[in-house]
Ligand binder design. Structure first.
Ligand code: NDP
Length: 300
């Protein structure tokens, strides 16, 4: 069997296209421009790249994009004051504080200081609780992107066995909640799981969010299963030249693609969907803030 490749790059472009259409409608019909503020503290190189591309794509779909770059030694009080200002800014509908934060800042405190209605990352404790109880919430972008791709590929996911590898607050746990919401039978695996290959072999859907390069092997995959690879791992690639690197997922693509029915590649799978879902969440937040109908199919 050769797996169908789920093209996240193409899918994300479609999502961004729908977001852009909705932004145009909000502007033309209601005179509202959705606004997204991104706050970056410090100079983490990977975060700088993410923030730059978030800003670029926000502007490309016609939304207002605001960036706040703060020094690495910014005090907690100053950061909280900025968040408070953004919480009260009617032109800002989404606020994203880029993680990780420098060590001296209390990440939970900062996340929970964002107005839950503007929490487009879906990390605020209120949104976590709403998602866990099956209520309307802001849904974390990466799991939302995975869910959109799964729904698009399968239609109904009801009754399928899903194994999520990883139990982080930003990917594994919300992913499991979303799959439960789709009536999957969900198993969450983690570093203490016994006989992981055997657990994964029972899955119709495997979501790997581990942070271990190419860990999931082809002989763990049930014939025809759908494999969603969230992992982003940068490995040295001396074959490409000195100092060069390459990106790999948490899934050994070559062996898994031989058994899977469908699989997401890395790069070009889940990654592009994450930013597309951030934009989708911002439009959703803007519609909710203004009591307008939300765009269909852009949230869970
Ligand atoms: P975390 O490090 O927060 O969580 C990793 C999880 O994997 C933990 O629950 C851990 O278990 C589990 N784990 C670690 N080793 C094993 C093992 N040997 N067997 C089974 N489970 C294991 O990572 P994140 O959830 O933040 O990210 C996961 C991956 O996804 C990373 O590669 C990250 O770069 C990528 N990512 C990609 C995004 C995208 O946009 N595509 C967005 C966010 C993340 P335990 O809890 O027991 O320690």
């Amino acid at each position: 069997m050769t797996a169908t490749v789920i093209d996240g790059k193409e899918f994300a472009a479609r999502v961004r296209g729908r977001v852009a259409q909705h932004v145009t409608r909000l502007k033309d019909d209601h005179g509202i421009t959705p606004g997204l503020a991104v706050v970056l503290v410090g100079e983490d190189p990977a975060s700088q790249v993410y923030v730059r591309s978030k800003g670029k794509m926000t502007a490309e779909v016609g939304m207002k994009s605001v960036e706040h770059r703060l020094d690495a030694d910014t005090s907690e009080a100053d950061l909280l004051a900025l968040i408070d200002q953004l919480n009260n800014d009617p032109e800002i509908h989404g606020i994203l504080v880029q993680l990780p934060l420098p060590k001296h800042l209390n990440e939970n405190l900062v996340i929970n200081s964002v107005n839950p209605a503007k929490d487009v990352d879906g990390f605020h404790i209120s949104n976590v609780g709403l998602l866990g109880t099956g209520q309307k919430s802001m849904v974390p972008c990466t799991p939302l992107g995975c869910l959109m791709m799964l729904r698009d590929h399968h239609g109904s996911l009801s009754g399928m066995n899903a194994v999520v590898i990883g139990r982080s607050n930003i990917v594994g746990k919300p992913m499991a909640q979303l799959l439960l919401g789709e009536s999957c039978t969900v198993t969450i695996a983690h570093s203490r799981t016994r006989d992981l290959p055997d657990v994964v072999r029972r899955a119709d859907i495997v979501v790997a969010a581990v942070g271990r390069p190419e860990m999931v092997q082809g002989d763990w995959i049930k014939q025809g299963a759908t494999v969603i690879d969230v992992g982003i791992n940068r490995l040295d690639a001396p074959e490409k030249g000195e100092g060069k690197t390459r990106l790999v997922g948490d899934v050994d693509y070559a062996s898994c693609a031989k058994r899977a029915g469908a699989i997401t590649p890395v790069p070009g799978g889940v990654g592009p969907m994450t930013i597309a879902c951030l934009l989708a969440n911002t439009v959703t937040a803007c519609c909710r803030a203004n009591g307008l109908a939300e765009p269909e199919g852009l949230t869970a």
